[in-house]
Design a protein around this ligand. Structure first.
Ligand code: ATP
Length: 370
């Protein structure tokens, strides 16, 4: 869902940042699948710039990103990202050193996560008769400010009276643009329903501004068909579990949606298939596409990582670039492979990363003869 239209091209440049752990494995598989797709369809090309930024780079150079990282990325049409995180480096150093150092400066303010029960996965939610319920939600997370604005500090370190603050920042500009994006995304879906997640009962400043801006954006003539409601974040967790059918599009703050989106991915079936997009809806900067899962060092190097979340993220990248047909064809192939039971172990299958990747590439090659 873009606020500026895509400009289709015959050739796109993609910056690839595999990062750490299984990110490296699933991005290698994804590039293989994308190259098979472009060769088979022969309608556009993708050229990849391989960027080694991650925890190994940090250990070698003392920094996650070189000085010219942002200008390098700006020369590309999109960014494909794997994962960041290393057991030997504190998470706040790796996250702020790489991922958050890109999302903020590039103003990738909309984090979008489609969540649905994917072929081969079974939702953990069951109805009264014990049948799995299916989920089809769109989650929109404010990605540039709020609780992760980085404001705050520590003083009297090591003393019993040590103090630390983490200040959440909500700006009218920041809230209005994410609300406009979320209403537009809801309007484009059949149910035209949006839940604005809030906590304005106990957070009486930023969250009250959040609610006020939501109401004012809802009054825009463009959104007159969108039914919307406010919901406290605590009540939202219950609704996601107890009444998943009453949910369609959700928008929330950086922290709230960070938590709710992991819950959503787990409820839908598995984190191994969950995709995400970090978008600049105005298209001034390249948007970044990444699987929801992390670097998962526990399974690194074993060849068992599920590559589907990265495949799906890259299909969202193609859609963002304006290549909807290619995205649909790629997802059709991935779904047919999963439906046929060619699954990694996290989904109860027997295949490894390479087996699933091979099967998807073969399915794509079959498109030639259609
Ligand atoms: P974070 O960086 O968010 O802390 P993490 O690397 O610790 O994440 P998660 O992404 O939260 O791990 O995943 C939790 C666990 O789920 C992993 O440790 C791994 O066992 C499993 N897992 C995650 N992604 C995949 C995948 N793509 N394929 C198979 N298993 C996965």
């Amino acid at each position: 869902m873009s606020l500026a239209p895509a400009t289709r091209k015959s050739s796109y440049t993609i910056a690839s940042i595999p990062g750490d752990g299984i990110g490296i494995e699933v991005i290698a598989s994804t590039i293989r699948v994308l190259e098979t797709l472009t060769k088979t369809l022969n309608t556009f090309t993708l050229s990849f710039t391989h960027l080694p930024w991650g925890s190994a780079y940090y250990k070698e150079t003392g920094t996650y990103l070189p000085k010219d990282a942002l200008s390098t990325l700006r020369q590309h049409d999109a960014i494909l990202f794997g994962a960041v995180g290393d057991p030997h480096i504190p998470d706040h150093i790796s996250l702020w050193g790489l991922l958050l150092a890109l999302r903020g400066p590039l103003q990738l303010y909309a984090n979008v996560r489609p969540v649905r029960t994917f072929p081969g996965t079974t939702s953990h939610l069951r109805d009264a008769a014990g049948k799995p319920k299916s989920i089809d939600w769109l989650l929109v997370r404010e990605n540039s400010e709020g609780e992760y604005a980085g404001q705050g500090g520590r003083s009297h370190i090591g003393q019993p009276w040590e103090a630390a603050t983490e200040v959440a920042i909500f700006t009218r500009v920041g809230v209005e643009r994410i609300m406009r994006f979320a209403f537009k995304a809801a309007a484009a879906r059949p149910k035209k329903h949006l839940i604005v997640v809030t906590k304005s009962n106990s957070m009486r400043n930023g969250m009250v501004l959040w609610d006020e801006v939501a109401r004012s954006v809802s009054q825009d003539a463009e959104f007159k068909d969108v039914k919307w409601e406010k919901m406290l974040v605590d009540a939202m967790t219950v609704r996601m579990v107890a009444s998943p059918d009453t949910i369609d599009t959700i928008v929330g703050t950086n922290l709230h949606m960070d938590i709710l989106s992991d819950l959503a991915a787990a409820l839908a079936g598995s984190i191994g298939v969950a995709p995400s997009a970090n978008l600049d809806p105005e298209r001034k900067a390249p948007s970044m596409f990444e699987p929801v899962h992390g670097s998962a060092f526990d399974i690194m190097g074993k060849g068992v990582a599920n590559p589907v979340a990265a495949f799906w993220s890259s299909a969202e990248m193609l859609r963002w670039l304006g290549e909807d047909d290619a995205a649909d064809m790629m997802m059709g192939c991935v779904e047919r492979v999963c439906d046929a039971g060619i699954l990694t172990r996290d989904l109860g299958g027997k295949e490894g990363t390479a087996g699933v990747t091979d099967a998807v590439c073969k399915e794509i090659e079959k498109l030639k003869s259609r």
